[in-house]
Ligand binder design. Structure first.
Ligand code: SF4
Ligand code: SF4
Length: 290
């Protein structure tokens, strides 16, 4: 039937509520910050916000692209907020974050694609909360990628994440504004500029990809020296978005994780509710302690 698809019972989430949840939300509103947790309708928001884990989405709440899987608003974005870098750092300080994930909408309208705002956010964080480790999850910056990478890499985030999202065959329908090999090259180029930065990428499953295509994506990622991999179940945010074609079982996610580890990824997160930023801080801290 049309409308909402029935979810299997392994996709169970806690309702977002409670004092800490409301505190996290209040802080974001007070500082005028957007979060991908809310804009992408992330199923983990109840759990993450109760632990004060939130992923800040910089450069506004309106994206210049319209990917078939994504709940973020599309249109002509507003001017960049000059206070956003310091407000992001203030949020990290108030939440007491040991690790922060910063992402953004795509800003194909800006001359630098928004790269300088990422740099300013990293600088503000280093000044305000110097021990917080910084993970950025960036767009592909399209034809401005080389300049963008050069400036961002110089600001030295700890982890550079950019999601491939799906297998190359599905790009024309799922990620029409992007190119698979351009995204791979972007991550390869981060590693080449500064091998001390960890690189990370992820895919959503359930969009019609075949198992061997997923294995091929892992091989492509490893040949681009990508260190961390995340895999999660795609969920349809609204009936207007791409349909879920399969619900991948937790066992199948485990099997993918085992293969990914054998292929040499340093960190692998693979489960139905895994998202790019889900438990990112805990996983990274464990790696650094090892
Ligand atoms: Fe936010 Fe990431 Fe947690 Fe989802 S998984 S609620 S996007 S921090
Ligand atoms: Fe969503 Fe990113 Fe695609 Fe924009 S570019 S529609 S924020 S996935």
């Amino acid at each position: 039937p049309e409308g909402r698809q029935r979810k299997p019972d392994w996709i169970r989430v806690k309702a977002p509520m409670g004092a800490v949840f409301n505190e996290t939300k209040g802080l974001m509103r007070r500082l005028g910050l957007n979060t991908v947790c809310e804009e992408a309708a992330c199923p983990n928001i109840g759990e993450c916000w109760t632990k004060k884990h939130a992923t800040v989405m910089i450069l506004g709440d309106t994206c210049t692209r319209a990917c078939a899987f994504c709940n973020v608003k599309t249109g002509m974005p507003r001017a960049v907020d000059a206070l956003e870098p310091q407000h992001t750092a203030d949020a990290a300080a108030e939440l007491g974050l040991e690790h922060i994930v910063i992402t953004s909408v795509d800003r194909d309208d800006l001359p630098d694609g928004g790269a300088s705002q990422f740099v300013k956010v990293i600088e503000a964080l280093r000044r305000t909360t110097p021990t917080t480790t910084i993970e950025i999850l960036t767009p592909d910056f399209r034809n401005k990628a080389q300049a963008a990478i050069e400036s961002i890499v110089t600001a030295r985030p700890d982890v550079y994440n950019h999601n491939l999202e799906t297998v190359p065959r599905l790009y024309p329908t799922i990620r029409p504004g992007a190119r698979y090999y351009a995204s791979l090259r972007l991550l390869e180029s981060v590693k080449r500029h500064d091998p001390s930065i960890f690189t990370k990428s992820g895919v959503m499953l359930g969009l019609g990809e075949e198992r061997l295509e997923v294995h091929q994506v892992m091989d492509d990622m490893r040949s681009a020296d990508i260190d961390f991999l995340t895999m999660g179940q795609y969920l349809q945010p609204t009936p207007r978005h791409a349909k879920v074609l399969d619900f991948v079982t937790p066992k199948a996610f485990d099997a993918y994780a085992a293969i990914a580890r054998a292929k040499g990824f340093l960190l692998v997160a693979s489960s139905p509710l895994t998202r790019s930023s889900y438990h990112a801080g805990d996983d990274f801290a464990r790696l650094r302690a090892a």
